[in-house]
Design a protein around this ligand. Structure first.
Ligand code: CA
Length: 131
């Protein structure tokens, strides 16, 4: 467990560092893409939710998860093929990171960070760029 002081710019600076964020999205994509076909199916996104969603998936009721998946595909599956490609997945990740930044707000807060969480990645990025 790690504890860090963060604010919304911790997250937005991470998203705006294009090379780093692209690399991060590529890694997340390949971890979620279980069958390595270059597309994220609904099942793969469901399996990956715990990894890239700011809210823990275990504590959420199944109906809420399915309804969230429904909205994700409605909004981000632009060509409606029932799977997200890398570009669509990146839009989703940008949206999630901005939601995370809004949730944190501009004033510094103390956060408990789980290893490999999105916020942890943003904090590591901040430490690397503002030592
Ligand atoms: Ca796949």
């Amino acid at each position: 467990m790690n504890i860090a002081v963060v604010n919304s710019s911790t997250v937005t600076e991470f998203v705006e560092d294009l090379a780093t964020f692209d690399n991060f999205v590529n890694i997340q994509f390949s971890m979620v893409d279980q069958n390595s076909d270059g597309l994220l199916s609904r099942d793969e996104i469901r399996g990956g939710l715990g990894r890239f969603m700011p809210l823990g998936s275990q504590s959420q009721p199944q109906e809420e998860i399915e309804s969230m998946l429904g909205s994700i595909f409605e909004r981000f599956d632009e060509d409606q093929k029932g799977a997200l490609d890398l570009k669509e997945f990146k839009s989703l990740m940008v949206e999630i990171m901005h939601a995370l930044a809004r949730g944190i707000g501009g004033s510094p807060i103390t956060a408990v960070l789980e290893q490999d969480s999105l916020l942890m990645k943003a904090v590591q990025h901040e430490l690397a760029t503002h030592p």
